[in-house]
Design a protein around this ligand. Structure first.
Ligand SMILES: Nc1ncnc2c1ncn2[C@@H]1O[C@H](COP(=O)(O)OP(=O)(O)O)[C@@H](O)[C@H]1O
Ligand SMILES: [Mg+2]
Length: 217
């Protein structure tokens, strides 16, 4: 099933072209990698997919089962793009609870379980202002998965995390894929891409070019 289609998408900012007639297809149940140097448009692609910004031309087509009835934004998407604005004076749990209250679908125990999965202590009294970068990243990861989201859009999800945490979360993503979830991620770590991704798109000449991952081996 085609979950997300990028169809002839062009996007510029102040005359600087990021995408020119770019095309890509993301099928349900796969893990996709997006490669490209800094400033090539990886985060812009994710914002386009999530409906946060609009293409100048072309379309982003989201499968009807993931379209929200109320808004332009897809539903059931877990997103890490720019780090969410957290309240520095609250604990990690308190921050996640505030985000969970927006949709009000999950219980405190669900949040706590998710925190343990990503390697955070849900009962710690430490405020987020004294969190390390890696800990903040774990909070962002927890937010993206805590409501059992079926599509994960993950921009550098393992950024600043320790190697053991990365291993645990890579395995979690593989388990999610086996459950039929769909994941699109960026990473500057080639190992993440090689171990996780079924298909890779490289941003090149303002287009999304499929890379044959097998050819790299
Ligand atoms: N809202 C915006 N306004 C103007 N320029 C933007 C905006 N968002 C992104 N850009 C520019 O688009 C280019 C691609 O950005 P981005 O997608 O963040 O790159 P990356 O591949 O590193 O994630 C950059 O040059 C960035 O400055
Ligand atoms: Mg980026």
């Amino acid at each position: 099933m085609k979950l997300i289609e990028v169809v002839n998408v062009s996007k510029s900012f102040k005359g600087i072209q990021i995408f020119n007639q770019a095309n890509a297809v993301f099928e349900q149940g796969n893990i996709y990698g997006i490669l490209g140097p800094n400033g090539s448009g990886k985060s812009v692609l994710f914002k386009l997919i999530c409906g946060f910004i609009k293409p100048d031309q072309g379309d982003i087509i989201i499968h009807p089962s993931y379209r929200s009835r109320r808004a332009d934004f897809p539903q059931n998407f877990g997103i890490i793009i720019d780090r969410p604005g957290y309240a520095a004076g609250l604990t990690g749990f308190e921050n996640l609870k505030r985000w969970a209250e927006i949709r009000n679908q999950i219980k405190d125990e669900d949040i706590k379980r998710t925190m343990r999965v990503v390697g955070l202590d849900p009962d710690a009294r430490q405020k987020m202002k004294s969190y390390s970068l890696g800990m903040k990243q774990k909070i962002a990861f927890a937010q993206a998965i805590m409501e059992n989201q079926q599509v994960l859009i993950l921009d550098e999800p393992f950024n600043a995390m320790d190697v053991d945490s990365v291993k645990v979360l890579r395995e979690l993503l593989i388990k999610y894929k086996q459950e039929g979830r769909t994941i699109i991620l960026t990473s500057h770590n080639e190992e993440d891409i090689e171990l996780l991704c079924d298909q890779v798109y490289q941003i090149r000449s303002h287009k999304l070019v499929p890379v044959n991952t097998m050819a790299k081996v």
